[in-house]
Design a protein around this ligand. Structure first.
Ligand SMILES: Cc1cc2nc3c(=O)[nH]c(=O)nc-3n(C[C@H](O)[C@H](O)[C@H](O)COP(=O)(O)O)c2cc1C
Length: 530
């Protein structure tokens, strides 16, 4: 086993929540020193983006067929809308003296460790250079300029993570949550691009080392040491959905012969009381090298239209996490359930148009209240090639009774699984009061032993599935919530899994939300209009 793989397996084992002990985190939270959720660079020129809030005509259901979505021209209006619909603010919430922003992308603990950059050589858009997106101000900060552009109009979007933001609250387990958030943000970008009639191609061959250089993240003098950013991924914008995939990895390196950098990151926290060296260690051991070009061409999947006819831009902005569910609500309709789960099966539409690999993550579902389904524990292998392996790995007494559905669907054991779902998700009622909750079971040891950096990709896949569930839940008139807190090995025990060939990496729940009327809601961008 390589040193990298050993470090990953050690990190993963150590950051499991156990029924009798949570993973190591801060003993107390210094709320006055919570990291600023909005990174800014001082000493940079800013480029204001056109006012946010514009609606697009296409319906969320239209995204099933990319051809039906009119392609927007690439200008500052549409690029601003892309960034807003993926990562911009969606509302402000207030409870007593506390006020916090929500965004189109979710984040564990609402801490938002994910940062976003634009690399543009499209001179008609902005002067060629590297730009950092500030969601609060809905503007771009010019971090770098290229004096010699390579003559092609290209736009790249990149994501990075500030691990400190998440570790401040969640300690050692935070690295996992940062990766989930990257998966959510990737899917959020992919959906936003689809609503504009575009496609984002994941340039997954790129090495982290190069991406760090292209984003200026390796300029350690520009960052408070504890608040450095780790590079995650690079996407190329294709301004029409059928543009061919790239034949060669991006040649961005040439632009950097003539680069000029500006600014430095302002501090996010005053103190950094707790240190989590295991996060730096696992980040070091999961750095991705340059790899060969991989693109995955999934087949189309026929999905019934979503039950709510709603504009894609409106639905994206209204996405929220349910804080509580109404356990007495009407059961979720079977067609809605099948649409929500069906959309997670790899297909040829967003967000899978920004994903390059066959599925490695499968679903086990706690069905509580879905019309036409007996309550119980179910399994949805997201790829038929893994069904037999899952059957062999799980408990012998599971029935694997096949249920008719537009995807592979098995009843493992009937019965009331509310208490099990709640207990396994850290005793959270959101896992039991919903219509269904689920766990995402990843093929684990094989990919991690082959290439340790694929650890991060497994969480990205889970985050991508989570974002599908969030938006599809809204399209069915219900609501979802990601669940990062669960008792790992208790989950594996319930499924009868004996080793780390399969590991549960993320949970999710969907149902009828019950609103907390004490919390007030305010528009996302009033502060810019004032
Ligand atoms: C990776 C991840 C893990 C999460 N885990 C939990 C959880 O265990 N319990 C919970 O109530 N909410 C959880 N959430 C929901 C977040 O708290 C929520 O996204 C955040 O507060 C922002 O609110 P919003 O989703 O409404 O924008 C999780 C979200 C993500 C993305």
């Amino acid at each position: 086993m390589t040193e990298d793989s050993a470090a990953v397996l050690h990190y993963h084992q150590r950051t499991k929540h156990q029924v009798n002990a949570y993973a190591k985190g801060p003993a107390s939270l210094d709320w006055d020193d919570q990291p600023n959720p909005f990174r800014r660079f001082q000493g940079c020129e800013t480029v204001a983006l056109p006012p946010p809030g514009k609606e697009l005509a296409c319906a969320f259901g239209d995204l099933d067929n990319a051809q039906s979505v009119p392609g927007q021209s690439v200008d500052l209006n549409s690029i601003g809308l892309l960034l807003e619909l993926a990562l911009g603010l969606s509302a402000w919430k207030q409870y007593g003296p506390d006020k916090w922003a929500l965004r189109c992308n979710p984040s564990s603990g609402n801490l938002h460790p994910t940062e976003c950059y634009l690399i543009s050589t499209h001179a008609a858009l902005v002067p060629p250079g590297v730009y950092h997106y500030v969601s609060y101000d809905h503007c771009l900060e010019r971090r770098a300029s290229f004096s010699e552009a390579h003559g092609k109009d290209e736009i790249y979007i990149a994501l990075s993570s500030i691990h400190w933001r998440e570790a401040w609250k969640y300690g050692e387990r935070a690295f996992r949550y940062c990766q989930h958030d990257v998966g959510h943000a990737l899917a959020a970008l992919s959906y936003a691009a689809a609503a504009l009639g575009w496609r984002l191609e994941l340039c997954s061959e790129v090495a982290d080392h190069d991406l760090a250089h292209w984003l200026g993240l390796d300029r350690s003098e520009d960052f408070v040491p504890q608040e450095h950013e780790a590079p995650d991924l690079l996407l190329r914008l294709l301004a029409e959905p059928n543009a061919p995939f790239a034949e060669a990895p991006p040649q961005l390196a040439k632009l950097y012969a003539s680069v000029q950098w500006y600014g430095s990151a302002t501090a996010l926290s005053g103190r950094h009381f707790y240190q989590w060296p295991i996060i730096d260690n696992v980040a070091k051991h999961t750095q991705k090298p340059i790899t060969s070009l991989e693109r995955y061409q999934p087949t189309p999947l026929a999905l019934a239209a979503p039950s709510q006819h709603i504009k894609a831009s409106q639905l994206i902005r209204q996405r929220r996490s349910a804080q509580h569910f109404n356990a007495k609500a009407e059961a979720l309709g079977l067609a809605d359930f099948q649409r929500i789960i069906g959309a997670t099966i790899t297909n040829s539409k967003a967000p899978f148009t920004s994903w390059n690999w066959a599925p490695e993550v499968h679903l086990f579902i706690f069905v509580h209240q879905v019309a036409g389904l007996v309550p119980g524990l179910y399994c949805v292998p997201r790829s038929a090639k893994d069904t037999a392996a899952l059957q062999a790995a799980m408990r012998e007494d599971f029935s694997w009774h096949s249920i008719a559905a537009p995807f592979e669907f098995y009843l493992l054991v009937p019965g009331n699984v509310k208490q099990a779902a709640k207990m396994l998700s850290c005793h959270q009622g959101i896992a039991s009061d919903s219509a269904f909750s689920l766990g995402m079971l990843a093929r684990f040891a094989d990919p991690v032993l082959q290439e340790a950096w694929r650890y991060r990709r497994l969480f990205w896949e889970c985050g991508l599935i989570g974002q599908i569930l969030y938006l599809e839940a809204e399209a069915a008139g219900v609501r979802g919530t990601g669940i990062g807190c669960f008792f790992d090995d208790a989950v594996h025990g319930m499924l009868g899994l004996q080793d780390d060939n399969w590991q549960s990496l993320y949970h999710f729940t969907v149902g009828t939300p019950s609103e907390d009327n004490r919390i007030q809601t305010f528009p996302a961008y009033d502060h810019l209009l004032a």
